[in-house]
Design a protein around this ligand. Structure first.
Ligand code: ZN
Length: 444
């Protein structure tokens, strides 16, 4: 009897299951995500959608689960070109004897642009819709990200010593403010300061970063307490643990993202909680470099926001957030000796909304809720390894392979269409990667 004219929408996505990610264990069955002007309009039961909306495009995905795109909160995208070049080494040997010399020799704007394109293609294909990137020539990364249509936060590397992008820390800080200004109105790009680590940046530039990050209201993203060696060296040379030093400098705040944090005392966990710091947990990089174990269960019990990052492909060696999420979930249980630590839904939130919160982007992304940007992935659960679907959240965390991500949208724009990239050309990227493989393999 109703004569209400259906409203116009841009896109209707029907799926067997929708996991909004904001309410514990909520799974909506046979529902539809309504997208208008790049945003999520609402989620409705599929049976009532046709009387309410008319859309340009409508897609039916039986056997699929929709969830928020993954938020990869720590990485060095262009290092994908160094994948497999220096394996099975401890962090400091890997970094000082292999990675830094390779970077000094090879990293250029072109290297970063092409390496970031390769990384973005891998990330979109495996369900990531937003990533934080700490690397040189961030303008090139921003260009690669905006062309591909993926969301990025550029954490510009601030390091005391000369590198391919900056002559010293002050130069990097100045370049960051320019970059922030250039991209401040972008729909996809945001900026952050990325002081590399306590051992590679002195007090004066860190004080400037504290002041400027407050002024510009942007995050600070830093490797902190990655290894026991980092902490013992700081104690030997400066007489204090790095977190104590950062606290004295005024660095610890809700804007601060502490990457790794494998060495934490109970007092430090309380301090991080009191200051509202976020942790970017990178379990696979920490495992591969034998850096240590982040005490995720203790941090979360203390109310600290813990997000998830892959780190660069040179220390992981992939950018697969599904694999990272599963590793995080099972490692938290092993480390705490408690099988109830980091249950599936909390692990899913760690890979999505907690990441958005860490980057200060949770008003835009991280859950499927009305008003947020349509950063959505569709995962095909109709595969042998994810049947039967007693519990879609359990399947997504413990059983899904990232190749089951078949559709990806960012801001409502389709970036992966039944497994095919729409904004990047896979063959061109493979050819480009082979060219770098030859160049990097050339003896000096
Ligand atoms: Zn890193």
């Amino acid at each position: 009897m109703s004569n209400i004219t259906p409203e116009r929408a841009d896109l209707l996505i029907h799926a067997s299951w929708i996991v909004p990610g904001n309410t514990e264990d909520l799974v909506l069955e046979n529902s539809c995500l309504v997208v208008s002007e790049g945003k999520i309009r609402e989620i409705l039961d599929s049976s009532v959608v046709s009387s309410r909306y008319q859309a340009e495009k409508e897609i039916h995905l039986p056997g699929y689960a929709l969830m928020s795109g993954m938020v990869n909160t720590h990485g060095h995208a262009a290092m994908s070109l160094f994948r497999g070049i220096a394996d099975d080494l401890s962090l400091h040997t890997w970094l000082e004897d292999h990675i830094w010399p390779m970077e000094a020799k090879w990293v250029s704007e072109e290297f970063v642009y092409q390496g970031t394109q390769l990384a973005i293609a891998e990330m979109i294909s495996s369900g990531t819709t937003c990533f934080a990137d700490m690397y040189f020539f961030p303008d090139a990364s921003a260009r690669a990200a905006t062309e591909a249509g993926i969301r990025v936060q550029l954490a510009t590397p601030v390091i005391d010593f000369p590198n391919p992008w900056s002559v010293d820390a002050d130069d990097a800080i100045q370049k960051t403010t320019v970059l922030h200004d250039e991209w401040r109105n972008s729909e996809l790009v945001s900026t952050a300061f990325g002081p590399h680590a306590p051992y590679s940046v002195t007090d004066e530039p860190l004080k400037k970063i504290v002041m400027l990050s407050e002024l510009l209201d942007i995050p600070v993203h830093m490797h902190v307490h990655e290894t026991a060696f980092e902490v013992s060296e700081a104690l030997r040379t400066q007489g204090k643990r790095p977190i104590t030093r950062l606290a004295e400098l005024g660095m610890l705040s809700p804007r601060f993202i502490s990457v790794h944090a494998t060495q934490l005392t109970d007092d430090e966990i309380r301090l991080l909680s009191d200051c509202g710091v976020s942790i970017a947990h990178c379990p696979e990089s920490n495992l591969k470099l034998a850096s240590g174990f982040c005490p995720v269960d203790k941090l979360m019990r203390a109310g600290v926001n813990v997000s998830l990052g892959t780190d660069g492909a040179a220390s992981n060696n992939d950018l697969d957030m599904f694999s990272e999420m599963r590793t995080a979930a099972i490692l938290a249980k092993a480390c705490s000796g408690d099988a109830q630590a980091l249950p599936a839904f909390k692990a899913l939130q760690m890979a999505t909304i907690n990441g958005a919160k860490a980057l200060g982007l949770d008003h835009l992304t991280g859950t499927l809720e009305a008003g947020k940007q349509a950063d959505v992935i569709a995962v095909k659960l109709d595969e042998l390894n994810t049947q039967p679907v007693h519990n879609p959240v359990s399947q997504l965390v413990y059983s899904t392979k990232s190749s089951q991500v078949r559709y990806v949208w960012v801001n409502g724009k389709l970036l992966l269409d039944n497994g095919e990239l729409t904004t990047l050309d896979k063959e061109t990227l493979l050819q480009m990667a082979r060219t770098w493989q030859q160049k990097l393999g050339t003896p000096t």
